[in-house]
Design a protein around this ligand. Structure first.
Ligand code: ADP
Ligand code: MG
Length: 268
């Protein structure tokens, strides 16, 4: 099961991960009120759909020159007008397929002063049978492209389930990401926090792209994509509640009512 970025950030925040202040909204009015509750002066209006690549995505209904699905703006009025422009329209990204996804929710977030964008994820590594970290200094872009063109810039680090993330593991990750203080200590704590959240909640994927180092030297989780293992969802009623059926294939929803794991594919 997938959840929205803002929901993933709330889960990570409950474990102590550094995320920005933000509010999920369903209308331009709510977006305006949300912006007023944030410190400013920079705000980010982020479409909430179960697909990545939103920043570089295009709205079907808007012209080719319209901005994408993640917009950095500098006033409450702009938050409102951008929200009005995006809500109800269809965003097409690399991950949505050509049909795109209708935007029903937005996340209004405090803008970050970014110095560096990094890539960090946790996944279940089938090869080693362990949870592994994947990290790279090349954040903010397609990790598939980095893997294809500059694989030496990616570190994959499987974690021993007996010990969890050791200090040595944390140092290796911090060094691979070229973190310096205070980001280094914060990052080392964050790796342990993320591993705990991942294993506690039976996640199957936790992808932070980008993890950023701010201009003041601190780290922040700027994007978050989380998938949960469906077969373990019964253990996590709090997570099951986050399901957004409007993002799922109606055929798969129907099948899941009968405990069937059905995957809808294209074609006949
Ligand atoms: P997606 O991966 O779906 O395109 P992201 O959340 O990664 O969406 O946002 C795309 C880009 O927008 C980021 O790489 C970052 O440069 C910028 N961005 C996102 N959130 C913020 C924020 N709170 N403050 C400043 N810039 C942001
Ligand atoms: Mg991203």
């Amino acid at each position: 099961m997938n959840i929205h970025e803002y929901q993933a950030k709330a889960v990570l925040k409950s474990y102590g991960a550094p995320v920005a202040a933000g509010v999920a909204v369903f209308s331009a009015q709510e977006a305006e009120a949300a912006a007023k509750s944030l410190p400013g002066p920079v705000y980010v209006v982020k479409t909430q759909i179960h697909a990545g690549g939103r920043g570089k995505g295009k709205f079907k209904e808007l012209g080719p020159d319209a901005k994408g699905g993640v917009r950095v703006v500098r006033s409450v009025d702009e938050v409102k007008s951008n929200a009005a422009e995006m809500l109800g329209n269809t965003l097409v990204t690399k991950q949505t397929g050509p049909a795109g996804k209708q935007v029903n929710r937005l996340y209004i977030e405090d803008g970050a002063a970014i110095a560096r964008e990094l890539y960090l994820s946790l996944l279940v590594d089938r090869g080693t049978g362990r949870v592994a970290f994947v990290c790279s200094t090349e954040g903010g872009m397609d990790i598939e492209t980095v893997a294809a063109e500059t694989p030496e810039k990616i570190l994959t680090l499987p974690i021993d389930p007996e010990s969890g993330v050791t200090d040595l593991d944390a140092i290796r990750l911090a060094e691979a990401l070229k973190l310096e203080e205070p980001a280094k200590s914060e990052g080392m704590a964050l790796f342990k926090t993320l591993y705990k959240a991942f294993t506690d909640k039976d996640m199957s994927l936790l992808e932070i792209n980008p993890l950023v180092v701010l201009e003041d030297g601190h780290v922040r989780v700027l994007d978050a994509k989380v998938s949960f293992e469906n077969n373990a969802l019964f253990r996590h009623p709090d997570i099951a509640e986050l399901r957004d059926e409007t993002e799922e294939d109606p055929k798969e929803i129907e099948a899941s009512k009968y405990d069937l794991s059905y995957v809808a594919l294209d074609g006949d």
